[in-house]
Ligand binder design. Structure first.
Ligand SMILES: NC(=O)c1ccc[n+]([C@@H]2O[C@H](COP(=O)([O-])OP(=O)(O)OC[C@H]3O[C@@H](n4cnc5c(N)ncnc54)[C@H](O)[C@@H]3O)[C@@H](O)[C@H]2O)c1
Length: 246
């Protein structure tokens, strides 16, 4: 297995930031192998980089290249379709579309998820071990980032993380990440569409056995994909750095 080879599924907003970080040598990687269902996305990424990039056309071709780590930056459906093959090949997998993991009964030892567009998961998972009483996520985004239209601030969703990740597969992976962190405890979710905000804002309140936490993240949306926060891509880069060092 080549320790310096990285596989990437999805050459969109996150995949591009990740590939650029590899090109800038922020991550120790000799070759990047990319797969996108839209071949033009993979071609565009390769053309923009001054770094060895191999384009493949299927998950089987990607696995045949034996990357040490594969980063999924595609969609929840992609995770559902490819995870079994990737896990059984022994490859480490970083999942960005975390909503897909909620419904899967899978051995997690080689499946990793980054903190994505939020953080503080170390403290939250520690508290979950002791016992959490309540976890509430309030996500506030500009209507454009939610794909809705409203002129006044409006709560467009209230419910639980599992349902939120299904209803908003592109925007509520954050809720899924929190749910995976505190499970079996539940995460209450509120999604607010607010024309007054430009940043994607996530507020997390945790009431646990020995205290309370309040975390707030205000992230610039990615210029090419307003659904995605720039922080999400950087969290994948950080995790990739760590996995390649082991
Ligand atoms: N965990 C988090 O906090 C977090 C934050 C932001 C985004 N995300 C998720 O990460 C994923 C990628 O985000 P993005 O902003 O880069 O999306 P994007 O739409 O900009 O790019 C996704 C790319 O993946 C490709 N793709 C889609 N399905 C595929 C498949 N089955 N096989 C191969 N390629 C496929 C698309 O053609 C596209 O080029 C999304 O699911 C998004 O919801 C997670």
């Amino acid at each position: 297995m080549n320790v310096k080879k990285v596989g990437l599924i999805g050459c969109g907003a996150i995949g591009t930031v990740l590939a650029e970080a590899i090109e800038r040598k922020l991550v120790e990687c000799r070759e990047l192998v990319v797969f996108d269902v839209d071949p033009s996305k993979a071609q565009k990424l390769k053309a923009a980089l001054d770094f060895p990039v191999m384009i493949v056309e299927s998950i089987d071709e990607l696995l045949a290249q034996k990357p040490k780590v594969i980063v999924e930056a595609a969609s929840q459906q992609a995770v559902k379709d490819y995870i079994a093959k990737i896990v059984s090949s022994g490859t480490e997998l970083i999942v960005m579309s975390t909503g897909a993991l909620l419904g899967l009964d899978i051995n997690f030892s080689r499946v990793h998820f980054s903190s994505g567009a939020i953080g503080g998961l170390d403290a939250i998972s520690s508290a979950a071990l002791a016992g959490v009483n309540e976890v509430i996520l309030t996500s506030r985004k500009n209507p454009k980032a939610l794909g809705v239209y409203n002129q006044q601030e409006r709560v467009i969703y209230e419910g639980y993380a599992e349902e939120a990740a299904k209803k908003f597969p592109r925007e509520m992976n954050v809720a899924a990440t929190l749910a995976l962190t505190v499970k079996p405890a539940k995460v209450k979710v509120r999604v607010v569409s607010d024309p007054a905000v430009k940043r994607n804002t996530h507020e997390i309140e945790v009431k646990w056995r020995f205290g309370e936490m309040f975390l707030r993240f205000a992230n610039d949306p990615h210029p090419d994909n307003p659904h995605t926060s720039a922080l999400a891509a950087w969290s994948a880069i950080k995790l990739l750095q760590k996995l390649l060092q082991t």
